[in-house]
Design a protein around this ligand. Sequence first.
Ligand SMILES: Nc1ncnc2c1ncn2[C@@H]1O[C@H](COP(=O)(O)OP(=O)(O)OP(=O)(O)O)[C@@H](O)[C@H]1O
Length: 401
Amino acid sequence: MNSPVNVVQVNDVSKRFIVRKDNSIKERIVNFGRGARYREDFWALRNVDIEIAAGSTVGLIGPNGSGKSTLLKAIGGIIQPTTGSVQRRGRMAALLELGAGFHQDLTGRENVYLNASILGLSRKQTDMHFDDIVEFSGIEAFIDTQVKFYSSGMYVRLAFAVAVHVDPDLLLVDEVLAVGDEAFQRKCLDKIRSFQDEGRTIVLVTHSLNQVTDFCNRAIVLARGSVVFDGEPIDAVSVLRSGFEATYEADATGHGTFKQPAGERGKIARVRVLDGQGHEQRNFSTGDDLLVEVDVESATPLNKWAVGLHIDNPLGQLVTGATSKSLDAKFPTLDGAARVRFALPRANFGGGEYGVTVAMFGSDDQEIARATDAASFSIGQHARSWGPLFTDVSVGMTPID
Ligand SMILES: Nc1ncnc2c1ncn2[C@@H]1O[C@H](COP(=O)(O)OP(=O)(O)OP(=O)(O)O)[C@@H](O)[C@H]1O
């Protein structure tokens, strides 16, 4: 069997941005001519080597600022690497920044033609696809309006519609899909699925870890501009989660970003997710009992204090939250260390990955410590229903006469 052709080859790519340290105009004038001292090199990508085989769907994931968009733009040829090279084969369509490739003063119709011609379609070919493009976008009523009057959702609709109708071999999609409404997102994801079936290659930047495990057959995790994992999506998601926990541990050692008002100091020493019997666990089923255990410390006695809990989905959206105050729990003075447990009996989370963020509050309800994404857990997909909330849905039918 022949091994598949590489559609993208990224060879030892690094990208440097020059970041100016002086911000105000006054500082710029004062520092004029001493440029070098007031600029700093920032490496958004470091020695990235990636080969992407034809027909694969690759997810690029990583924390904010890790270089995902920069890598996608380098693959798309929108930015030039500082060192290294990128090779691509075949026709590419890219959905990178909102409105990129659209001319503000032109109408939707004119932009379709402009965009399609940039992506390599002749006028005649665009004529052939025009009605389908407009229909897919669902913005017929605004097609002769200048795009500067479009909402961000309308931009994305039209841009995606053009991109998927120009017959690309390689489709690059950055987060933009998150802008569209749910119905349109679903339509786009269906289209991406049919692209997969047709053997096209897709590279997707996303914060939705569900999208990665659902759609991709490979995921690359970036951290501070370097590839830290490249392989099975499910493993990539674990790496990303454990990375967050490592960050948190660094915080717990005192090098982190805890906000601590003078006088009161709190410390979140450990956060664990346990099953109903108190055993540490990561994988749960819908309806299981969950305990979130938080070890807190204070160097000075704290008379009034509280602990808060946030459980977020992979998009960072709050799924459920509570504080010991909202739960009417009053704790005695904290002198040294204490263990707080939140109990979530029969938790009806839907299948997916969840992150646990914990905060500690002092007198005046001021936040005195925070551990973001300090722990995580996974709920197995249920065969009967899906979505962030599990309901024991059933269905019946009666004939109507
Ligand atoms: N034109 C630029 N000039 C200076 N710095 C830049 C530029 N573009 C990106 N950066 C920096 O490079 C780093 C990587 O940015 P990039 O947008 O690739 O990250 P990302 O992983 O896509 O992040 P996010 O999840 O927040 O979208 C960031 O620290 C960003 O501030």
